[in-house]
Design a protein around this ligand. Structure first.
Ligand code: FCA
Length: 331
């Protein structure tokens, strides 16, 4: 489809067909981009990087997949990309406050940058609007989480006044704050008592970070029989669910709802016995990877400026419908 698109454009642009076609085809083939992610072992990011590679194979550009788990690693990844002749990169940074330093390095090399998932912030904590970004609509997706939890509490006939909420937080990451605030808001709107919401601040946005954060909160609040769990992503909700299991809570007393819809959730839904992990709001990591790679490619090869900010939406996935939603979102 894209090939047809660029061919049509060439035909329009030029009266002499063959010579410019050869030149254009060659310059497109020389496009090489990096795709740097903060957690290369997480299913979300594996899928995102694979989708970027597939877009490259289809449209004729190269994608170099790299991990950048801290500032040092990101800067060496950029150096490495530059020495390989890459003209730009898509990045989900390990810390959004690295934005100015990353942009500084990229600008020295004349490289174009798009952020995916986690948007850079300036030194005063404002989003770096100048860098094109594609990410989840955090508040809306967070609200879907809260609504799903409220509906499931109702389905199980729980009295909300007797339920505790484990809110696994990450205050350094604005999208995480938006997501957990959105979920909190929806719960409160549904009548959940704010006093029963307990924070578990995580150091890292993964299962082990969440598990360590959740365990002490569960033991401090031992009086509750029923727990609901939410966080910025399903990996973290799974950490919370594993902590409730270790603490000795039965799965039917726990409702965890995550965000992402990646391999971590599929593995959980595939288990024979249901766990406290009730569902997840799935977003297409395939689309995130593909779209950002394609936008960067068109920016480099065709000077087409990418959209400044794209917000994506999500669909609730549970044990009952996960395979259908997975297919629908191309996951
Ligand atoms: C953040 C989270 C990831 C994923 C992504 C879209 O980077 O850490 O798990 O939710 O946003």
């Amino acid at each position: 489809m894209r090939l047809t698109h660029s061919l049509a454009r060439l035909a329009l642009c030029s009266a002499i067909m063959m010579a410019p076609f050869a030149a254009q085809a060659q310059s497109d083939e020389n496009v090489k981009i990096g795709f740097i992610v903060k957690k290369p072992e997480q299913a979300w990011f594996i899928n995102e990087q694979q989708a970027a590679t597939a877009a490259g194979e289809e449209l004729g550009f190269q994608v170099v997949r790299l991990g950048g788990e801290d500032g040092q690693e990101v800067l060496s990844a950029i150096d490495n990309l530059y020495s390989q002749g890459a003209q730009g990169f898509v990045i989900c940074p390990p810390d959004v406050r690295l934005g100015p330093a990353i942009m500084n390095r990229a600008e020295q090399y004349g490289m174009k940058v798009i952020t995916v998932d986690d948007q850079f912030v300036t030194s005063s904590g404002e989003p770096m609007e100048g860098v094109p970004h594609l990410g989840m609509s955090g508040t809306k997706i967070g609200m879907q989480v809260g609504e799903a939890i409220a509906a499931e509490m109702q389905a199980r006939g729980w009295d909300m006044d007797e339920v505790a909420a484990l809110r696994i937080t990450n205050n350094e990451l604005p999208t995480a704050v938006e997501r957990t605030d959105g979920a909190t808001q929806a719960l409160i709107d549904a009548g959940f008592p704010e006093a029963n919401i307990f924070d578990a601040p995580q150091q890292s946005t993964d299962t082990s970070g969440a598990f360590s954060a959740a365990s002490p909160v569960l033991s401090q609040r031992g009086g509750f029989e029923h727990w609901v769990i939410y966080a910025l992503n399903e990996e973290s909700v799974l950490g919370g669910v594993r902590a409730t299991e270790q603490y000795g809570l039965a799965p039917e007393n726990v409702i965890g709802v995550g965000i992402n819809g990646s391999g971590a959730a599929f593995a959980e839904f595939s288990r024979n016995n249901p766990t406290g992990f009730h569902g997840t709001v799935a977003v297409s990591s395939t689309m995130h990877g593909r779209q950002t790679a394609e936008d960067l490619y068109r920016w480099i090869a065709e000077d087409e400026q990418p959209p400044a900010n794209t917000e994506t939406t999500g669909t609730l996935m549970t044990r009952d419908n996960w395979q259908d939603v997975r297919e629908e979102l191309g996951l």
